[in-house]
Write a protein that binds this ligand. Structure first.
Ligand SMILES: *Cc1c(COP(=O)(O)O)cnc(C)c1O
Length: 241
């Protein structure tokens, strides 16, 4: 590759330090926050380097890419589907992923339920919330989430583990603080309803540009790609946001 080896290990060290400092600032324990290494578009070799440095949780946003990497890489990796999921592709990953971050419709949940039942697995999912109501993004609007959760009782093979958001792309992470604190408030409201099959333990929020602010606001999962693996090549891969 064009970059010398070793840089992933270095990047991981820096990310780890910054996660720890953010936890300290917020009075939180480091073990409350899971680092999801977002490896989309990146080759196996780079993932192996992160794996050798101790990373076991990887995020992908394309079904086929996730399935291929799942087949070729060690079995103790916990793969996470972080991208928009089409219903006709659920069957290709339902027994390969540890967590689906991107549920935003009842129809998608119905498909997940059906495919999970067929493969005799329980699917762990997060509800994706479009906190800033950006037109370019998927996800439920914040005011839709509470009524959405009322419809979730009939899915015995699905467990809702929490909420996920993708905050706006900005140079100033402080601008996203409001969305992270808003997502946390929403999760508290949902948890207080005590609905079967809904747990609100996970808050997946924060990416390379804003994960420290997200941790300060209660993130339990941060999804970091660029900060670990370097920039993605959009010229080669037009499908990646
Ligand atoms: C690509 C992606 C990330 C990682 O973004 P970086 O800015 O590279 O850290 C996180 N979450 C989702 C849903 C993504 O698609």
């Amino acid at each position: 590759m064009e970059q010398e080896t070793g840089f992933i290990k270095e990047n991981l060290k820096e990310v780890e330090e910054r996660i720890q400092k953010a936890c300290e600032r917020a009075g939180r324990n480091r073990d409350e926050v899971t680092l999801v290494a977002v490896s989309k578009t990146k080759p196996l070799q780079m993932i192996e380097e992160a794996y050798d440095a101790g990373i076991r949780v990887f995020g992908e946003n394309k079904v086929q890419e996730l399935a291929e990497k799942h087949e070729k890489l060690p079995g103790d990796i916990r793969w996470q589907m972080i991208g928009h999921l089409q219903r006709n592709k659920v069957k290709n990953i339902i027994d390969k992923v540890d967590l689906i971050h991107s549920v935003d419709s009842i129809r998608l949940l119905e498909t997940i339920e059906k495919e999970a039942e067929k493969k005799n697995v329980t699917a762990n999912v997060l509800l994706e919330v479009n906190m800033a109501k950006e037109e370019s993004k998927f996800g439920l609007f914040p005011e839709e989430v509470l009524s959405f959760t009322d419809k979730l009782k009939d899915f015995p093979h699905v467990i809702v583990r929490g909420l996920m958001t993708i905050a706006p792309d900005t140079d100033n992470p402080e601008e996203n603080r409001q969305y992270f604190s808003g997502l946390r408030k929403l999760s508290v409201d949902i948890a207080s309803k005590n609905i079967d099959n809904i747990h609100m333990g996970v808050l997946s929020m924060g990416m390379t540009n804003d994960y420290e602010v997200a941790i300060e606001e209660g993130a339990t999962m941060v999804r970091i790609g660029t900060g670990i693996f370097g920039k993605r090549n959009y010229a080669l891969d037009k499908n990646t946001r």
